[in-house]
Design a protein around this ligand. Structure first.
Ligand SMILES: CC(C)(COP(=O)(O)OP(=O)(O)OC[C@H]1O[C@@H](n2cnc3c(N)ncnc32)[C@H](O)[C@@H]1OP(=O)(O)O)[C@@H](O)C(=O)NCCC(=O)NCCS
Length: 393
């Protein structure tokens, strides 16, 4: 720091300071960064306000994410927390936040909206609120920097920032490195009182009962519900438990109760989702994934093909596919287009392997009810989404 953190900052001080930090040879601006609120393991349920060193991180919520932007803010946060380059998460103490807010003083009243500053102010208020120490789950404020999204995540905070970037639609599924993410994420008990480590359940429940609170458990999983962290604009999610954080739902997407969307997967335009979108799957604009339909994933079960469903496709009710569908394809109700195996191509009548048709546009797939054979041929008419269901969401 070139200037005392205690004094009042002028615009000139601010400009000089930013220039000095950004000019440091060791400093590299992050690709992405965000200020977050992290929950930690309830190490001692009897004293929830006491957070022991090394308490496990359970989750991190980032009210705002920054991707290739707000470089001055990143420089201030990096300097105050001692970060210089690469990916890392740093704790932001109350004193740190006060320091940062003082540095940002000259921006006060400049008529512009500064989302990161607003969040810091709100978090400062939260940390100083007497109610904060009464929460069951100990929380800390962190700032997470990601040097490059091509490199794998380095810690739990980093994993959560990548999942937020996906659900905020700042990055598309399959476009960032998520290797090792599942291993880094802890298994968490998602409850009405916040995230808990599964092994602290009994003590936490007893403690809640003592306060007259009935602790509800919504799941035990590595991923929380997306809508507890990110609510993207222009989407409908009928049952929040069916969409994991890290799902990418484009504007105009409706996920009905039977629908499901995993992390690093989702839709690229208005679509109706009444079936399951597995990890890594992309669904194009104007597509309809019918009730109970299944799209083969690659996380478990040996599936290797990462599936893309093109624009304007229809997966009929209880159908499924193990290959990619090109734009304008339709799979009849109840028909599974296997990832491999023979299929008769009509009207020629030639037999090919299903994977040879992967990604081919305007094909209709059905199982011939007279011969039992899986068949494919040109579609007759395009399928349109019901406009009433996908506008004004
Ligand atoms: C795939 C689908 C869109 C095709 O619809 P389509 O283009 O109108 O096709 P048709 O049903 O008219 O069938 C075309 C021809 O194939 C024949 N055919 C259809 N299914 C057949 C089958 N399983 N075996 C043998 N012949 C079949 C039809 O008899 C028809 O023959 P014709 O032209 O001599 O009359 C439709 O069958 C379908 O499955 N829709 C799904 C609806 C749905 O589930 N939506 C989601 C709700 S949650």
């Amino acid at each position: 720091m070139t200037r005392s953190h205690q004094s009042v900052w002028t615009q000139e001080d601010y400009d000089n300071y930013i220039e000095a930090v950004r000019a440091r040879p060791v400093y590299e601006p992050p690709t992405a960064f965000a200020i977050g609120l992290a929950s930690h393991t309830l190490v001692n349920a009897g004293e929830p306000e006491v957070m022991f060193g090394g308490a496990q991180v359970l989750d991190t919520w980032y009210p705002h994410v920054n991707l290739m932007e707000h470089f001055d803010t990143a420089a201030v946060l990096a300097d105050v927390t001692g970060h210089s380059t690469g990916s890392a998460s740093r704790s932001l103490s109350r004193t740190n936040i006060e320091m940062v807010l003082r540095i940002f003083g000259p921006l006060e009243g400049d008529g512009k909206y500064h989302p990161n500053i607003e969040i810091l102010k709100a978090l400062h208020q939260l940390l100083t609120s007497p109610d904060h120490t009464k929460t069951l789950v100990p929380q800390t404020v962190v700032v997470t920097f990601i040097g490059s999204l091509d490199d794998p995540p380095v810690d739990v905070h980093d994993c959560y920032l990548r999942l937020h970037l996906l659900s905020h639609r700042r990055v598309q599924p399959r476009s960032i490195n998520l290797s090792g993410l599942i291993g880094l994420l802890p298994n968490v008990l998602w409850t009405s009182e916040g995230p808990l480590a599964p092994e602290t359940f009994e003590m936490a429940k007893l403690q809640c009962l003592a306060r007259g609170v009935h602790l509800r458990v919504f799941g035990v999983d590595k991923f929380p519900h997306m809508t507890d962290y990110v609510v993207p604009s222009g989407v409908r999610v009928a049952d929040a438990s069916r969409v994991r954080l890290g799902a990418h739902l484009a504007k105009g997407t409706t996920v009905m109760q039977e629908g499901f969307c995993n992390f690093n997967a989702g839709t690229l335009g208005p679509s109706m989702v009444e079936g399951r979108i597995s990890q890594g799957v992309l669904v194009g604009a104007g597509s309809d994934i019918g009730g109970g339909a299944s799209i083969m994933g690659t996380l478990s079960g040996g599936g290797k093909e990462v599936i893309t469903i093109g624009d304007g496709c229809l997966l009929g009710a209880n159908s499924g596919t193990g290959i990619s569908l090109g734009p304008g394809c339709q799979v009849q109700q109840g028909v599974y287009v296997l990832s491999n195996g023979p299929i008769r191509l009509q009207p020629e009548g030639t037999v090919v392997r299903t994977w040879e048709l992967s990604g081919r546009p305007n094909l209709r797939y059905w199982r011939n009810s007279l011969t039992g054979e899986l068949e494919a041929g040109p579609t007759k008419a395009a399928v349109q989404l019901n406009p009433e269901l996908h506008t004004k969401q």
